[in-house]
Write a protein that binds this ligand. Sequence first.
Ligand SMILES: C[S@@+](CC[C@H](N)C(=O)[O-])C[C@H]1O[C@@H](n2cnc3c(N)ncnc32)[C@H](O)[C@@H]1O
Length: 249
Amino acid sequence: MPDSPSFVDVLARVAEVEGWMTDDQARRLFDRCSRLGAGTTVVEIGSFHGRSMIVLASAAAEGVDLVAIDPHGGGDRGPQEITADQSRGDRDHVAFNTNLAEAEVADRVRHVRKMSGTALDDVDGEIDLLYVDGAHRFAPARADIVQWGARVSGGGTMLIHDSFSSIGVTLALLSTTFGSARWRYVGRSQSMAEFERVNLTSGQRGSNAIRQALQLPWFVRNVVIKVLLTVKLAPLTRLLGHKTDDWPY
Ligand SMILES: C[S@@+](CC[C@H](N)C(=O)[O-])C[C@H]1O[C@@H](n2cnc3c(N)ncnc32)[C@H](O)[C@@H]1O
C-alpha cells in the first residue's frame, strides 16, 4: 500500500483545483479525517470541483467510506451564483471527475449526484465526519444541519463552511447549534466552524451559546466587506484587515 501523502503534498494536489477552501481550512479537514479508522463514514455536502474532497480522501485511512453529495446542477454554486444552470453544472461534474482522477483518489469516493435533501437514503448508518458546504441560503443550509447533522454519531464531527460569513448559513447556525444541547462549538478556521456531537448540560449549553455569539462581530465584519466589494470599494476593506479582493471565506 502506498504511504499516506503529507499535508504539504495534499496542498500541492489541490493548488490548481478551483474552490473556496483556505489552507487553514484544508488543514482542519485533513486532521479531522486522518484520525478516523476503517469502517467509519465521511460525508461531504457540496463538492463542486473536488477541492475539499481531495483533501478528505487523501487524508482518509484505508476502509474509510467517503461520500460526496452534489447535484452538479450549476445552482447554489459559489458566491452570488444561486440560479441553476445545467450546462454549468455539467462542466462542474466533468471537472470534479477529472480532478479526483488526477489526484488519484477517484476510486476512494462515491459521488451521489443529488440534492442533499433527497440523498439521505443513499448513505447507510451513522456518519463520523460531516462536512456541510452545499447551498448557503437559510432554508437548505438549516435543513442540512438538522437532517444530516442528526446522522452524526456521538463524538463525531460536523464542519460547516461559510459560518459567520454567509448570512444564510449564520442564521441557520443561530437557529440550530447556538441553543443546541447536541453540538459543542469547537472553534473555526476562518469561516469553517467545527462542532462535536455531544450531550451538554444546561450550564454547558449557556457557555456554548456565548462562545458562538462571540463570533458575531467577525460575521458583521464579513458582511461589511462583502457590501464594500459589491459596491466596488475594495480598498476600504483593507481597513478591516481584508487583504484580497475575494469574498471572505
Ligand atoms: C461552495 S461549493 C462547494 C465547494 C467545495 N466544498 C470545495 O471546497 O471545493 C457549493 C457546491 O454545493 C453544491 N450544492 C448546491 N446545492 C446543493 C444541495 N442542495 N445539496 C448538495 N450540494 C449542493 C453546488 O452544486 C456546488 O458545487
